[in-house]
Design a protein around this ligand. Structure first.
Ligand SMILES: NC(=O)c1ccc[n+]([C@@H]2O[C@H](COP(=O)([O-])OP(=O)(O)OC[C@H]3O[C@@H](n4cnc5c(N)ncnc54)[C@H](OP(=O)(O)O)[C@@H]3O)[C@@H](O)[C@H]2O)c1
Length: 247
């Protein structure tokens, strides 16, 4: 390892991208703390990797505050995220609140709680998982989800300004379609999600994102990969729609 990082905290670590990040950073020699709500999955990950587990929600501000007071963290990966069906014309108030609380507010709180210690030690790396939804408009995406991820992009940029002059690095990773449970949770049916989103489309694997994070975290201290957009080779962004007068 080029960096002198010793500990990492990964949110949303019980499945998908987060669990793979825990596996990868453990292999890199870090002591990894894994945070999510599902205790049984965290326990299985602990048995597999030796990570330290914290079964809590990222909207449990009291719990996060207590954790930040006893845990000096070198690498913070803000990965926990949720998605919802619907757009702004039919989404529920609960869905809007949950997406903003989990995807955006929690990232701000985690950073507010853990970044000061990094600055004090003059050592640290914050990795925020946004999404292509935060950078592009496309059909099918929940408006609040897009807005929450755009917020993660914006706060990542602003954090670099506030950390100017320190050795604390901030990286935003913006993945496109990755083969995780997120689409199954969305549809309420894992098999259907597998069929619709992955069987016919060669998507990214969680290890592709975890390997990318390992690369940025292990980069020489002089180098900060500030933004990384990761697409499946056969997925592209762009396009223009123009409804006819008669539509
Ligand atoms: N898969 C994709 O195509 C894709 C693309 C772009 C961006 N992303 C982003 O990648 C991140 C990881 O998602 P994924 O694809 O790996 O989906 P996933 O398999 O559904 O994982 C989501 C993780 O977030 C955790 N989580 C959800 N709510 C939480 C809460 N309140 N407190 C703590 N943890 C919570 C879940 O654990 P518990 O349920 O145990 O709490 C789970 O470990 C998300 O931020 C997502 O928006 C995914």
């Amino acid at each position: 390892m080029e960096s002198n990082y010793k500990t990492a905290l990964v949110t949303g670590a019980s499945s998908g991208i987060g669990a793979e990040i825990v596996r990868r950073l453990t292999k890199d020699g870090l002591q990894v703390h894994a945070l999510a709500r599902d205790l049984s999955r965290l326990t299985a990950l602990q048995e597999e990797t030796g990570c330290v587990i914290h079964a809590m929600s990222v909207d449990d501000l009291e719990g996060l505050t207590a954790l930040s007071e006893k845990l000096p963290v070198d690498v913070l990966v803000n990965n926990a995220g949720q998605s919802r069906k619907g757009d702004i014309l039919n989404t529920t108030a609960e869905d809007v609140d949950a997406l903003i609380d989990i995807n955006l507010k929690a990232v701000l709180h985690m950073t507010r709680l853990f970044a000061p210690g990094m600055v004090e030690r003059d050592r640290g790396h914050i990795v925020n998982i946004s999404s292509i939804a935060g950078h592009y408009a496309f059909p099918g995406g929940n408006t609040a989800y897009h807005a929450s991820k755009a917020g993660v992009h914006s706060l990542s940029q602003q954090m670099r300004v506030h950390l100017y002059g320190t050795n604390v690095r901030v990286t935003e990773i913006s993945p496109a379609r990755t083969e995780t449970e997120v689409f199954g949770r969305l549809l309420g049916n894992m098999e259907e999600a597998q069929r619709r989103f992955f069987d016919e489309y060669e998507s990214l694997k969680p290890c592709d994102i975890a390997d990318s994070i390992s690369f940025v975290v292990n980069a020489p201290q002089r180098m900060n990969v500030s933004f990384m957009e990761i697409l499946p080779t056969k997925q592209v962004l762009g396009g223009l729609n123009f409804a006819k007068r008669t539509a």
